[in-house]
Design a protein around this ligand. Structure first.
Ligand code: NAD
Ligand code: TYD
Length: 347
């Protein structure tokens, strides 16, 4: 089997490549990634010398480059992780999200139509369903929940999902979609909640919690997500959507406090800052379909996963220190300066 993994130099894509090369030593994995700020070639260093692995620096919106790669590789399966993935950045600058997440997905699928593939798998998100009220813990996202997006990010992902289903219906393209809840684990860029809080706590910097910190996310260890995608591309039905999540809902503030405790840092670092515009209240996945059809269940409990993740950031300081030494610093100052002015440090 020859699989093209797009966005494989990012957080989940790199974890997926490691998982697949280990589980299927005879598969060929080709990573296509344009190396945006979120893509990091050093992440892929452990597999660069693997003869069954190839890295290609290319943009999924570049039709010529994508077609050339299909001609060279004759892939069986495409797993599309490549995306602009951070909600706060999408609020600042939506355009790049539309280009990569929508146009890029359509270019990949055009290549699939032209050259023929066994499966195009779109890695989507539970954010396409919008949010659920915090005071209705009985409600969950199922695959039939209507698309109802809040941010430019989730809107661009939802648009891509609609195109994927349209290519299935119109052209018969063998597609599948997974919609997963929030991931955490090694190699996550320190702009997202968990790695950002670990990094700031380790540097004794303020921990910027949006609003009152009461928003709820449904956290899944990244390897459990990788296993779900593996099952879907091998055994999942084409034309189907699979929700992926482990019933692990947590308030943001509880996660930040947990990180403080694990690192032996004072909760006085917690700083309540201005809320995100359009901030989704609660995400919660009903994973019954993937459980019943494909036997998927999460294997990593949050208590274990968060410890492994914190330990990974302690053991791999150079990885994230290199990342935050460059453009990231400008990003951080721009994004948080106004927010922090609005917040007050909590004792
Ligand atoms: P990430 O931001 O860490 O990585 C994205 C990768 O895509 C980077 O390597 C980047 O260089 C690459 N990329 C961006 N634009 C590109 C382009 N135009 N051409 C080629 N490569 C490009 O993202 P992530 O957190 O690993 O998320 C991966 C996928 O999973 C995304 O599609 C995201 O929507 C989805 N997802 C993420 C989460 C989460 O919690 N992180 C949850 C559910 C779904
Ligand atoms: P994030 O990791 O950006 O994921 P998403 O918004 O896609 O779910 O944020 C997770 C939650 O944490 C979200 O409710 C926003 C909140 N958050 C903060 O409170 N402070 C921060 O600095 C960040 C990045 C996020």
């Amino acid at each position: 089997m020859n699989i093209i993994v797009t966005g494989g130099a990012g957080f989940i894509g790199s974890n997926f490549i490691f998982y697949m090369l280990k589980k299927y030593p005879d598969y060929r994995i080709v990573c296509l990634d344009s190396l945006t700020y979120a893509g990091n070639l050093s992440t892929l260093a452990p597999v660069m010398d693997n003869p069954n692995f190839r890295f290609v620096k290319e943009d999924i919106t570049n039709r010529e480059g994508v077609y050339k790669l299909f001609e060279e590789e004759h892939p069986d399966v495409i797993v599309n992780f490549a995306a602009e993935s951070h909600v706060d950045r999408s609020i600042e600058n939506p355009q790049i999200f539309l280009n990569t997440n929508i146009i890029g997905t359509s270019v990949l699928m055009d290549a699939c139509r032209k050259y023929g593939i066994k499966r195009f798998h779109q890695v989507s998100t539970d954010e396409v369903y919008g949010d659920l009220p915090i005071d209705r813990p009985d409600l969950f996202f199922t695959e039939d929940t209507p698309i109802h997006t809040s941010s430019p990010y989730s809107s661009s992902k939802a648009s891509a999902d609609l195109l994927v289903m349209a290519y299935h219906r119109t052209y018969g393209l063998p597609v599948s979609i997974s919609r997963c809840s929030n991931n955490y684990g090694p190699y996550q860029f320190p702009e997202k909640l968990i790695p950002l809080m670990i990094k700031n706590a380790l540097n004794d910097q303020p921990l910027p919690v949006y609003g009152k910190g009461l928003n709820v996310r449904d956290w899944l260890y990244v390897e459990d997500h990788c296993r779900a995608i593996d099952l879907i591309i091998h055994n999942g039905r084409q034309g189907e959507v699979y929700n992926v999540g482990g019933h692990n809902e947590m308030k943001n503030i509880d996660i930040v406090k947990l990180i403080c405790r694990e690192l032996g840092k004072s909760e006085s670092l917690i700083t309540y800052v201005a809320d995100r515009k359009g901030h989704d209240q609660r995400y919660a996945i009903d994973p019954a379909k993937i459980h019943h059809e494909l036997g998927w269940l999460p294997e990593t409990r949050f208590a274990d996963g968060i410890r492994m993740t914190i330990q990974w950031y302690l053991d791999n300081r150079k990885w994230w220190e290199d990342i935050i030494s460059g453009d990231y610093q400008n990003y951080y100052e721009k994004m948080y300066a106004n927010r922090i002015a609005d917040g007050s440090r909590q004792a």
